[in-house]
Design a protein. Structure first.
Ligand SMILES: Nc1ncnc2c1ncn2[C@@H]1O[C@H](COP(=O)(O)OP(=O)(O)O)[C@@H](O)[C@H]1O
Ligand SMILES: [Mg+2]
Length: 493
């Protein structure tokens, strides 16, 4: 019984054993690495530009030291060999010192090359420096640049012309180092973050998931209930809630199991009882033939009592089939169905109750014919029971009228009687099984079953207030929604 209450296997959630990279921890690790690398790139851009400026400054300073010495020798022309050595040592093509009044060429190669770019070390913008740095990195190596900056503290400028090859090489080495360092840093950071989050989040989450799985595998076993985690963080609270939910569920399951067992026992007893009553019914039928006046007086009462008992067991049995079968819906003509109900209840003029059917022949209901019959039968039988032994005060006939209209895709069925109306006691628990009955010998199942069947059709049933005495039930039954693909397939074939 308990197994029945659990959801079918296809709706079971997937197990938590997923691949590392699809699990939370794997994703987390990858994301951390990516984010740290991204941060490193953001840091790299300005830092490589800065490195280039520093490198050029260094070079200018080195050259300046030599140049100042040479400059101090006043107007002595440097021999060619010395010039070349000076230039070679600093990797430059030409060195010039400019003062306000005059400039002096300290050294130069024989054929000064054409200049590809000029850079002022003392005046630059951040964006300009970044742009120049990437320009050198991407396209440099073979170009000639002129670089100038202040000569120490003096107001003179030192200027040199050089190839950018060695600058670019230095920048490449720097970039490679930064890259390697980034990898190391991101790995370390990722590992640290991973460990921290794994401990704080993933492990508790995994414990929760595992507990849910174990519990759903065997919900009735008490040792499968999660031991509530201590602590006050969100996951601990979730764990505590889960544990109490599992305990509650276990209690409900236990109750349900005993209820189901009880129900089974009742329906077995009921079934046998019905057979016994049926034989009693058969035998007592013969009593009517006996001539004894005492027997003649009591026989009808006895018969009625047994009839009622049979009806009682019948209803309980049909309710005991707890879940009604899915309605097998097709379009059924409503009028003959209602007339059949009238015949089964044997209401006709002779019985003193009028059965009036106001339904056009062409009204079709999209419903399970057998179930709809039971709905109408249950309601009409109640009406018959209410009308028997009741005489409407205002002289109206004792009458049950059933009418129906179709509005678009909904059929509305109204079942009305001129009886005494719904007693307050029945109103309180209307449509509630075993509670709604307000007459002796009633089970309170008829309306509950009717409602269950109507709901299974996606419809509604309600007791409607009306101005005249009596009872009015209204049932609304919608057609099934049309499945577009099925409709098209039908059209094609
Ligand atoms: N048409 C009606 N007129 C008056 N009372 C009604 C009518 N239909 C239902 N009832 C009241 O509602 C109660 C519940 O009905 P139902 O669920 O069929 O249970 P049962 O017929 O076994 O008592 C009835 O006992 C009766 O008192
Ligand atoms: Mg009834």
């Amino acid at each position: 019984m308990v197994e029945d209450a659990r959801p079918a296997n296809e709706s079971a959630p997937p197990r938590a054993a997923v691949g590392f990279l699809r699990g939370l921890s794997g994703k987390l690790l990858l994301l951390t690495i990516v984010f740290v690398m991204l941060a490193e790139v953001l840091i790299f851009v300005p830092s490589v530009a800065n490195m280039r400026i520093r490198w050029l400054e260094d070079r200018l300073n080195t050259v300046a030291a030599a140049a100042v010495v040479v400059d101090g020798l006043q107007n002595i022309e440097l021999p060619r060999a010395v010039q070349r050595e000076t230039l070679m040592a600093t990797g430059t093509k030409a060195i010039v010192i400019r003062r306000k009044d005059a400039s002096r060429m300290i050294a130069t190669v024989d054929m000064p090359p054409a200049i590809d770019g000029e850079y002022d070390i003392a005046n630059f913008t951040a964006l300009g420096a970044i742009r120049d740095a990437f320009d050198t990195l991407l396209f440099g190596g073979k170009r000639v640049m002129r670089v100038y900056g202040p000569l120490g503290e003096s107001d003179a400028t030192i200027e040199l012309v050089m190839k950018d090859g060695s600058l670019r090489n230095a920048m490449l080495v720097y970039s490679r180092n930064v890259f390697l360092l980034s990898i190391v840093i991101s790995l370390i950071t990722a590992a640290l973050i991973f460990l921290a989050i794994n401990r704080m989040l993933i492990v508790p989450i995994k414990r929760l998931t595992a507990s849910m799985q174990e519990f759903s595998d065997e919900p009735s076993s008490p040792e499968r209930v999660l031991v509530p985690p201590k602590g006050g963080d969100e996951l601990a609270v979730a764990g505590q809630h889960l544990a109490s939910m599992q305990r509650e569920l276990q209690k409900t399951l236990k109750q349900q199991k005993s209820l189901a067992e009880l129900g089974l026992a009742v329906s077995k007893i009921n079934h046998d009882m019905r057979n016994i009553l049926s034989s009693a019914q058969l035998i007592s039928d013969r009593l009517s033939d006996v001539d004894d006046p005492v027997v003649k007086r009591f026989a009808p009462t006895l018969l009625r009592t047994i009839d009622r008992a049979v009806g009682y067991t019948q209803e309980v049995l049909s309710y005991g089939r707890t879940a009604e079968a899915e309605p097998r819906r097709r379009f059924v003509a409503l009028r003959p169905l209602v007339q059949d109900v009238g015949e089964l209840l044997a209401v006709d003029r002779q019985s003193g109750i009028e059965f009036d059917v106001q339904i056009r022949d062409d009204i079709m209901v999209d419903a399970d014919g057998e179930q709809l019959f039971r709905v109408v039968h249950n309601i009409c039988r109640n009406a018959v029971q209410a009308l028997t032994n009741h005489q409407p005060e205002d002289g109206r006939p004792r009458m049950i009228s059933v009418s129906a209209v179709r509005t678009g895709s909904v059929v509305t069925i109204s079942i009305e009687d001129t009886g005494p109306g719904m007693p307050a006691k029945a109103r309180e628990n209307l449509f509630t099984a075993f509670r709604g009955s307000a007459r002796s010998g009633g089970t309170g199942l008829g309306l509950a079953i009717a409602r269950e069947l109507v709901l299974a059709h996606g419809g509604t049933i309600a007791l409607v207030e009306k101005p005249t005495p009596g009872t009015l039930f209204r049932i609304e039954l919608p057609d099934r929604p049309v499945r577009l693909d099925a409709f098209r397939a039908k059209g094609r074939s």
